[in-house]
Design a protein around this ligand. Structure first.
Ligand code: SF4
Ligand code: SF4
Length: 387
């Protein structure tokens, strides 16, 4: 029987995902994905392996910025590398001091939830929502690169809530994708995510409650973010939010703090994506589907039994490896990728939820929005007195 989890259609054949099948894990063990080129891609995040070249967007300066943007996330990841852990990527964060042995007096759940959201923002989150921790999205097993094998997921199963946070990626860097420079937007969002998640989990521990900070490890972030009311699922396989469109990274803190969950939020993304295919057209390796949402399984990296738009992860990652940096073309070209601090973009968002979406799409194409800007534009802009 098909069931719906807050707008996510789940079939009777649903299987919880194993992190061993994640494309980044497969780059470590699966001969179909792993190999010298994938190794070189990862080595590029160390300057000695960066392979900078005199090509706009891939110079030493571009790699220097990209790799520095990842630095804080990498420091956390490396803290217990000797134990085979990659915290934030395959393992929960452990950079915590002991919390309080006594439980703090807390306000009622509604007030406490409002407070915790403000504190998450104080620590650097751009978006915050609360979901019930849905076991369907928790990895049935984690991955350990040191042994190239699946290991039990260390996330305790009795933490009832997930505080899901979103960190916006820099708009101007993303405009230059594909480039190594654009990868700085990704790294920076992860580094900021890591500090926010660890601080938020420490705060909850200091109140005497339990909290586990998690970035890409332990659970699928997008379905939890949908359940936490942060946005909708898009054709490009990403969360689309009213505040950043698809231009953000996600993290979560699992906790037993008595919170009030949010409700999913719809603002017309499904209907817009039904008509728009910009990401599918722009993807250089055609990894994004042109068709309606389906329970498609391209290979073992896809979730089984969920009806949605499913990206061909191996094709996508292959492009990253070939260009020697991550790609976010499907973020750059997405019409929802806008600066919503401006009223006319908020007006666009409201109009995109109406029958006028077709007209908006036509205008988008005529204006050529989403075209790549050269990395030189970004470096020059950096020196401008208005920046
Ligand atoms: S990240 Fe790049 S290669 Fe991957 S799906 Fe998006 S556009 Fe395609
Ligand atoms: S580019 Fe268009 S089809 Fe793709 S996610 Fe954005 S709105 Fe949806």
């Amino acid at each position: 029987m098909t069931e719906f989890a807050d707008g996510i259609e789940i079939g009777p054949d649903f299987v919880r995902f194993s992190q061993r099948d994640d494309i980044f894990s497969r780059a470590d063990w699966d001969p179909e994905v792993a190999g010298p080129k994938a190794d070189a891609f990862y080595q590029g995040y160390f300057m000695a392996g960066a392979k900078a070249r005199p090509v706009e967007g891939f110079t030493l300066r571009d790699y220097a910025l990209r790799n520095a943007s990842w630095h804080i996330a990498d420091v956390f990841s490396d803290l217990r590398r000797g134990d085979g852990r990659h915290e934030g990527f395959t393992d929960l964060f452990t950079a915590h001091r002991p919390g309080s042995a006594a439980l703090a007096d807390l306000p009622a759940p509604a007030r406490l939830t409002a407070e915790i959201k403000q504190i998450a923002r104080l620590f650097g989150a751009d978006l915050v929502g609360i979901a019930r921790s849905d076991p369907r999205w928790i990895y049935r097993e984690s991955y350990r690169r040191a042994s190239h094998s699946a290991v039990p997921n260390a996330l305790p199963e009795d933490l009832p809530y997930a505080i899901v946070i979103g960190k916006g990626m820099d708009w101007s860097l993303t405009e230059t994708v594909p480039s190594a420079l654009a990868g700085a937007a990704t790294g920076l969002a992860y580094s900021r995510d890591a500090t926010t998640l660890v601080a938020l989990a420490q705060y909850i521990r200091n109140l005497g409650y339990r909290a586990e900070a998690s970035m890409n490890d332990s659970a699928l972030a997008i379905p939890l973010a949908i359940q936490a009311g942060l946005g909708e699922y898009g054709r490009n396989g990403l969360l689309i939010t009213p505040e950043f469109g698809p231009r953000l990274r996600l993290g979560k803190v699992f906790t037993d703090l008595p919170l009030e969950p949010d409700r999913p939020k719809r603002f017309g993304v499904k209907q817009f994506c039904d008509r728009c295919r910009r990401c599918a057209e722009a993807c250089p390796v055609k990894a994004i589907p042109f068709d309606a949402p389906a329970a498609t399984v391209h290979d073992r990296s896809n979730l089984i039994g969920v009806t949605k738009w499913t990206v061909h992860a191996a094709k996508c990652f292959g492009f990253w490896v070939n260009q020697n940096s991550d790609c976010s073309i499907c973020i750059r070209v997405c019409p929802y990728n806008r600066d919503y601090s401006r009223w006319y973009h908020r007006l666009w968002r409201a109009t995109a939820a109406t029958w006028m979406r077709g007209i908006l799409l036509w205008v988008e194409r005529r204006l050529g929005r989403g075209e790549r800007r050269p990395a030189g534009w970004w470096w020059k802009r950096l020196g401008s007195p208005n920046e």
